[in-house]
Ligand binder design. Structure first.
Ligand SMILES: [Zn+2]
Length: 89
């Protein structure tokens, strides 16, 4: 009498913003989103932002995509940071 129907299937899918590409990071220059593997990581070093190919440097890291203009702009940006503290007269 008691219709105890067990409904199988229709498992809730986890909402995924990206189609299984893994972690995504934002390029600090163009603000585009890329798979983490395609971005170069830089970390704050003693002399400014330094490349961190191993992605192991402590502290705050930034990511830059592979576009030449982004790398170019990032280089000048990193140099600007390096000059921080110097006083020009
Ligand atoms: Zn970029």
């Amino acid at each position: 009498m008691t219709g105890h129907a067990v409904v199988k299937g229709s498992r809730p899918k986890a909402a995924q913003a990206h189609d299984g590409q893994g972690p995504v990071r934002m390029c600090v220059i163009c603000r585009g989103r890329f798979p983490k593997a395609e971005l170069a990581r830089y970390a704050q070093g003693r002399d400014g932002l330094e490349p961190d190919p191993g992605r192991t440097a402590p502290g705050r890291g930034v990511y830059v995509c592979a576009r030449p203009e982004c790398l170019e702009r990032f280089r000048s940006m990193a140099q600007g940071k390096k000059l921080k503290g110097e006083i020009k007269k």
